[in-house]
Design a protein around this ligand. Structure first.
Ligand SMILES: [Zn+2]
Length: 104
């Protein structure tokens, strides 16, 4: 999975289309991620004890990673992520922006 915690992403489909937010959690196994304050669903919480009232809380739900695009922190454009090898000592694979080519 190319997107990591803390990345800023643009939503490209669904009801939050064209909104952007920060990734707060990734689920590589499911190819899903959670974006702060986006893909909100209202959840009804049942009262735990008698006498308590049920509540409706808003929670972010994980969405498919294929519905988002990374916003490059360097050029601020939504981009695809490529990989680049950095040589020197040991070769290291880094993420790179397809638009500006900078390491991200
Ligand atoms: Zn860039």
């Amino acid at each position: 999975m190319k997107i990591k915690n803390g990345d800023t992403v643009l939503i490209i489909s669904g009801k939050d289309k064209n909104k952007s937010g920060k990734v707060v959690e990734v689920f590589p196994k499911d190819n899903k991620l959670m974006v702060e304050n986006l893909n909100i669903v209202k959840k009804h919480v049942r009262p735990k004890k008698s006498g308590e009232k049920g509540q409706r809380v808003e929670v972010s739900r994980a969405m498919s990673a294929s519905n988002v695009k990374l916003i490059c922190p360097k050029c601020k454009k939504p981009t695809r992520i490529g990989y680049r090898l950095i040589s020197g000592g040991r070769e290291k694979k880094v993420r790179a922006c397809k638009k500006c080519g900078q390491e991200i």
